[in-house]
Design a protein around this ligand. Structure first.
Ligand SMILES: C[S@@+](CC[C@H](N)C(=O)[O-])C[C@H]1O[C@@H](n2cnc3c(N)ncnc32)[C@H](O)[C@@H]1O
Length: 207
C-alpha cells in the first residue's frame, strides 16, 4: 500500500471516529455512569452537542436539559430527538456554561463532556453551576486530554489544541470550590483516552 493511500485511510478513520463520538461514545457513557444519573432526576448536559450524554441519560429515566450555544448542534439534537422513544424527557435550550437558562436549584446532576476548553469564564461558569444545582447536587465535568501522546487521536488534535488549550482539572476544581462545591480532580483513562476530570457536590450557602 502506498504511504499516500494509508494516509488517506488514516484520515478517513479519524473523521469517522470523530463523527461517531458526536453520536455516542465510551467517554460520554462513562460520564453518565460516573454521575450516577437516576430515574426521575433532572440532569443538565452543558455543551450537549448532538447528545451523546443526553440520550443515554434520558434512556435511564432522567429528564435532561441539553444546553448548547451552537444553533447547528441544537438543530442536530432536535432532529435526533425526533426518533428517541424518551424524547419527552429531553429539553433543548440555547445557553452557555456562563449563562444557564435554568431556575435556581432546579438541577440534580450536571455533566459536561469535551466542552470545558470552550468556556470563556470559568469563575462565572462555576457560580452558574452552583446557582442551578440543588444543595447536594452532583457534577461530573470531563475533557479528553488530546495533549497526552497516549491519546488515540492526540496528533490529529494538535491544531485544535493550539486554539483551545487543554484545561487544568486542579484549577477548575479550585474555582468550583470557591463557588461552593466540594470537589475532586482526577485523570482517569477510559477506552485508551486520558481524561481531565472534575467531580463535585454542591454545598449550601453561597449563591
Ligand atoms: C466538542 S463539542 C462536545 C459536544 C458533546 N458534549 C460531546 O461530547 O460530543 C463542544 C460543545 O461545546 C459547546 N460550547 C462552546 N462554547 C460553550 C460554552 N461557553 N458553554 C457551553 N458549551 C459551549 C459547543 O457548541 C459544542 O457543542
Amino acid at each position: 500500500m502506498s504511504s499516500r493511500h494509508s494516509h488517506t485511510e488514516n484520515a478517513i478513520g479519524h473523521y469517522a471516529r470523530l463523527a461517531a463520538d458526536f453520536w455516542r461514545g465510551a467517554v460520554n457513557d462513562y460520564v453518565v455512569d460516573a454521575a450516577q444519573v437516576g430515574p426521575g432526576e433532572v440532569m443538565l448536559d452543558i455543551g450537549a452537542g448532538a447528545g451523546p450524554a443526553t440520550v443515554p441519560a434520558a434512556r435511564r429515566g432522567a429528564t435532561v436539559v441539553a444546553v448548547d450555544p451552537s444553533r447547528v448542534m441544537r438543530c442536530a439534537l432536535h432532529l435526533r430527538r425526533l426518533w428517541q422513544r424518551h424524547r419527552h424527557r429531553i429539553r433543548i435550550a440555547a445557553g452557555t456554561a456562563e449563562r444557564l437558562p435554568l431556575e435556581d436549584h432546579s438541577v440534580d446532576v450536571a455533566v459536561a463532556v469535551n466542552t470545558m476548553h470552550h468556556w470563556t469564564d470559568m469563575d462565572l461558569a462555576a457560580r452558574e453551576l452552583h446557582r442551578v444545582l440543588r444543595p447536594g447536587g452532583r457534577l461530573v465535568l470531563v475533557d479528553e486530554d488530546f495533549d497526552d501522546p497516549a491519546h488515540v487521536m492526540a496528533s490529529r488534535a494538535a491544531s485544535h489544541n493550539a486554539t483551545y488549550p487543554m484545561i487544568d482539572p486542579d484549577v477548575v476544581a479550585e474555582k468550583l470550590a470557591t463557588a461552593g462545591f466540594a470537589t475532586h480532580a482526577t485523570r482517569p483513562r477510559i477506552a485508551g483516552r486520558p481524561l481531565l476530570q472534575v467531580t463535585g457536590m454542591s454545598t449550601p450557602g453561597r449563591s
